[in-house]
Design a protein around this ligand. Sequence first.
Ligand SMILES: *Cc1c(COP(=O)(O)O)cnc(C)c1O
Length: 355
Amino acid sequence: MKPHNFSAGPSILPEMVFKQAAAAIENFADTGLSILEVSHRGPQFVEVMHRAQTCVKELLGLTDDFDVMFLTGGASTQFFMTAMNLLGSDQIGYYINTGTWSKKAIKEARAFGNIVELASSEEANFNYIPKPNPIPGNGQFLHITSNNTIFGTQYHKWPETKMPIICDASSDIFSRPMPIDKFGCIYAGAQKNMGPAGTTLVILRKDMLGKTDRAIPTMLDYQTHIDKDSAFNTPPVFPIYVSLLVMEWIKEQGGLGMMQEKNEMKAKILYDAIDASSLFEGTAEQEDRSLMNVTFVCKDPDLTSRFLDVCTEEKISGLKGHRSVGGFRASIYNAMPQTSIQHLVDVMKEFERKS
Ligand SMILES: *Cc1c(COP(=O)(O)O)cnc(C)c1O
């Protein structure tokens, strides 16, 4: 039997998608050729690209005010590409620092404008989402990280601001609906909740561009990729194709509203077990707990490695926490079946009974 995969990323994808992807490696769209060997300018892949862009628009309910791009370089490239393209050197970009990824976004953006860190939860090892109020309105944008993959926190209420929000949604994209008029830009590395590693989704509201006249290298200029439909150069064809399969799976499941309902139900099973336990405890503030990455520890740290050994025996994979939090992190993305979460909870209970 396949292990239960709680890895933070690259991470679990729907079983059906693995099968469809495998089939396309053998025979893509009835061409008799592998998707890995056909031109990205051929009609079959051009259709994949268009379907992928359309799926993003349908799932999130995007109007024509938004462009959808599939780029490379990971979310880490978006840390600077956003500021480089969207911020003039004398303009202000506000950032909320909720963890490792926010910090990196702030560091990279500093090269391009007046970067202000509006709030931070670093003093508490990022175990909550700071909620500055009021938020100044004199910036070009407010940058947030919607889900903090490492620290297990997530925005459940979006910041109140008139500025467009730039959102790193790498680890919770498509996990729930988003109030799209609040956002100027949403970006996400595919490998957490959308697909395999190798492509980055960038959603950009058209009026975000044109605020800076700095010289931007062609490949780092959003306009290049908008004008050429993400095929200025060879796009990462296979990660885009598999991401499309995942998006189609989400649509079949009932869309983002249904995803949210399922994700809330799944996370509750695990958080309830953690809260009921005398041996385990959660690390994030209750109201900011992530539905995607559940971080918890053993109250007695000596038990940590013993529990991880038990997990290995019980075919639970990828549960070790990030070194900056320790303990455990159960990443329970869209594709994680409820039965796997129930299995983890059963193993936790049995471990507690025996300890
Ligand atoms: C994983 C992750 C990143 C980094 O993504 P790369 O694609 O590896 O650059 C950035 N932000 C968040 C929230 C992440 O979870």
